[in-house]
Design a binder for this molecule. Sequence first.
Ligand code: FEO
Ligand code: CA
Ligand code: CA
Ligand code: CA
Length: 638
Amino acid sequence: MSQKNSFFHDPLMAAFEEQEDIGAQNLERTEFEVLSTNALSRRHFIGAGLAFGVSSFVLGVGSFPSRAFASGHASRLQFEPVVANGLDTVTVPRGYSWDVVVRWGDPLWSDGSVFDQQTRGTGASQERAFGDNNDGMAFFAKGGRTVLAVNNEYTNRPIIYGNRESQLPENADDVRKGKAAHGVTVMEVVRSADGRWHRVLDSDLNRRITPDSLMELTGPARGSDWVKTSADPTGTYSLGTWNNCGNGRTPWGTFLTCEENFNGYFSASDPAALGEEHKRYGIKDKDWGYGWVTTDDRFDVAKHPNEVNRAGYIVEIDPFDPTSTPKKRTALGRFKHENAELVIAHNGHVVVYMGDDERGEFLYRFVSAAKYSQGADNSNLLEDGTLYVAKFDNNGSGRWIELTPAATGMASKAEIAVHTRQAASAVGATTMDRPEWVSANPKKSEVYCCLTNNKNRGKKPNAGGDETPAEGPNPRASNNYGQIVRWRPASEDHTAETFSWDLYVVAGNPTVHSDAYAGSSNITADNMFNSPDGLAFDSTGMLWIQTDGKYSNKGDFAGQGNNQMLVGDPDTGEIRRFMVGPNECEITGITWSSDRRTLFVGIQHPGEEGGSHFPDGGGSVPRSAVISITRDDGGLMG
Ligand code: FEO
Ligand code: CA
Ligand code: CA
Ligand code: CA
């Protein structure tokens, strides 16, 4: 805690790197040589394929009318592309405007405090304010009122504790502030006569859900020995949700928040308490600098071994009932949940697609046991069902493997719900390049997933020791640009066992590379980007792509500028840059107003390395924010 940290070195960033590197020590030299050789020959092969348009691997753009969109005719993307830049502001196309809706630390109630630039808030002020690092979000309307439910994923300690010498929490109130900056914010929003969106101060719908809020455990793990603790010997209620990354929503009006890097908050006073199951989930003897264990020993694995099994789930929240208890849906598995894309299959079953965002982890599908019925009580559909994990073959086909006790060798559905990664490894699922958001096309039966990047591809196994050959939907070794995979379920049935797949786009830099790292043919010097992450279809069937990548604008990333948002046409492969964010931010979180005339977008961690004053400028503290984007002619935003 006393260690002096440079503003330019966030210990969390270092911890991310460290925890993603585990498993390397298992790789013997002979194995490494084989992987490297395969990766090199594969890269060469793919490079040739891309350069000559040969269908050497499963690339969707190969079937697009080659660069037809480049000539400008018949494009469905009706905006002027934004040029990549490194400006400390938001850039949108001509004819569009943006505005700040809410920033980290803005009070939700009149008994809160205006954000203090000097202290960056206290525990008390943060508990009454919008949380930090907003991520996934969804807009809901009911009975003439509208709310935004927004994830507050984590904090950048050099920013939130920028008032401290150590840039870390130094006392109990600092820890209280940090915890309160996590979780979920639900707030009523209105659009005033001047066209600007505002939060409604003191609305009875405003709510902060934090790492200390009561949650109900539902599904197979509920009541099992895996989740019982001294504070909850029945294993039915847990405290809190944190590291809430992407989101989902249900047709019955609930918000799904997805617990991602839950591991980084735990530590172990006795390292002997840590076993293989902790290693698989990245739980170590030290936390990532949040210090929650200093005020709450449930974050000490040596004292409360099962507390870690009560995090890493998808949580369902009713945004219009502030008194409701959020429900942890253990049937959807425990891993580093990115988002939750829910579709109703033609046969009525609820299908939820989910990525596990870590190098070499997996892509999952949940199929509900019961069926959705419009107008009926659907509130427990996510309580019971079957989990599947994806296996991609190299020839463009794939299948969903059911995670049952028989298939996995595990004792029960409860064990599969808690140790989902191990279950998926047991059935030989395909190790992926960090699956981030999944989105389903509303116009046809196809689903897309961002595979953001994976520097370990072809070099190191995942944390469970599963190998990561460069092949199939993860074709490039040392993949620093990412790609988007899509699949079409057999017979247009989202519950079918099999699917076909291809790559919608392979990101790259054609101004630096001429091999596979140049990207697919729908990547040009004008629309190139790296590390696709957030992903959402609009109602017209266009695909919005948000990035969380390198913004150095140098070397492999020269000309790509700050993180950004692009729009893709799934049919032609055309991709056009719509927006560029401020310095050192990630663009993440996307939702539309009911009338589709406002697009809400998240600007996360501007200035994470000390180089931004977004959104207030001057010498102000950089603050994550939700922004609104509208057309100046009042037209539809998708
Ligand atoms: Fe929170 Fe995988 O992004
Ligand atoms: Ca993400
Ligand atoms: Ca990311
Ligand atoms: Ca992020």
